[in-house]
Write a protein that binds this ligand. Structure first.
Ligand SMILES: [Zn+2]
Length: 333
């Protein structure tokens, strides 16, 4: 099979590697698509602590596709099932995953099969589950990438009044499309905070979701939480220490939630909720997947991830419809 390999910093190419066989309890998935995650940038660009070449298919972790082989002992999944799954090597035509880390996708017999980047959708569903957003709540989403946009949709669907705050005009348009009640451009902290307060009142928001992983927007987000409100940190903060105004957090008595999950079982629950939300028409990942690339063009997908051209929210790789009957190495299973 063909797999993508980051061979050296800044270089990703294709290699022919053996098609993996599913071990006991595993399924093999013929990929239909895989999201390209912002978190892939450090390993693509190069950091001192990474060795190259990276393993084939790594670090693809947002795949979906059709099961074409099952390992011994798998009873609740079958060849032909369309699934989202958790893995670390999904930049490849085939990948394997534990059967209990797959989620059946909504049947989709209308038109072309819809993309379902399982892991980031699960992330959005899980963040939202920990946000405590209720009907009528005032909610601010700071940062509108794929995650922020999905959270705008989930919060508006829950009956909240949602203010979306983002640096890019394009993202604010996306947020409107996801149902945001108001949008505010993210500029310097104080004018941005003042603009949001003008919309929701001086007391602040019930829930603020920070989705950037950056210090400046974290400051904006934290300032906007009302007394006894909730700050939900959904961004990935990984470039050093952060400064916070603990005196102010403390005085307001705010709840602070770091809304990431590490337990695969919780990710699976998130995938299942996300699949149901897509089936109900609440969530639609399609408008959030702004850039489609054929798997053959994965280098272009990474260039777009790095350069973030105007109108770029998230890229994904299209492997084409799964030719189940033509799968290699399936041994007649
Ligand atoms: Zn991801």
């Amino acid at each position: 099979m063909r797999a993508a390999v980051i061979s050296s910093p800044g270089r990703i190419e294709h290699a022919d590697v053996p098609t993996p066989d599913p071990a006991a309890g595993e399924v093999r998935v013929r990929l239909e698509g895989c999201g390209v995650c912002h978190s892939n940038l450090p390993v693509f660009e190069g950091r001192d602590w990474f060795d190259y070449p990276r393993p084939p298919g790594s670090p693809g972790h947002e795949g979906w596709g059709v099961i074409d082989a099952i390992g011994p002992g798998v009873v609740d999944r079958a060849v032909g099932d369309r699934v989202g799954f958790l893995s670390e090597a999904a930049y490849a035509e085939y990948d394997v995953a534990p059967a209990d880390q797959t989620t059946l996708l909504p049947a989709d017999d209308l038109g072309p099969r819809r993309p379902f980047p399982a892991e980031p959708l699960a992330c959005a569903a899980n963040v939202f589950a920990r946000s405590g957003v209720e009907r009528g709540a005032k909610v601010v989403v700071v940062g509108v990438g794929f995650l922020g946009a999905a959270l705008v949709r989930l919060a508006t669907d829950a009956g909240a009044e949602v203010v979306a705050v983002s640096r890019r005009d394009f993202s604010l348009e996306i947020a409107k499309g996801q149902g945001a009640t108001h949008v505010v451009p993210l500029r310097e902290a104080q004018p941005t905070i003042a603009a949001v307060r003008e919309l929701i009142g001086p007391e602040g928001a019930d829930v603020v979701l920070e989705c950037t992983g950056l210090q400046g927007p974290l400051d904006v987000a934290a300032e906007l939480v009302r007394v006894r409100g909730r700050l939900v940190i959904a961004g990935f903060h990984q470039d050093g220490l952060r400064t916070i105004n603990l005196q102010s957090w403390n005085w307001r008595g705010i709840d602070v939630v770091n809304a990431h999950e590490r337990d695969p079982a919780l990710y699976v629950q998130g995938m299942e909720r996300a699949a149901a939300l897509v089936a109900e028409g609440v969530l639609d990942p399609a408008p959030l997947l702004t850039h489609r690339f054929a798997f053959a063009d994965i280098a272009d997908a990474f260039a777009a991830l790095r350069d973030r051209p105007d109108g770029f929210l998230k890229g994904w790789l299209d492997f084409g419809p799964a030719p189940i009957a033509a799968a290699p190495n399936d041994g007649g299973r």
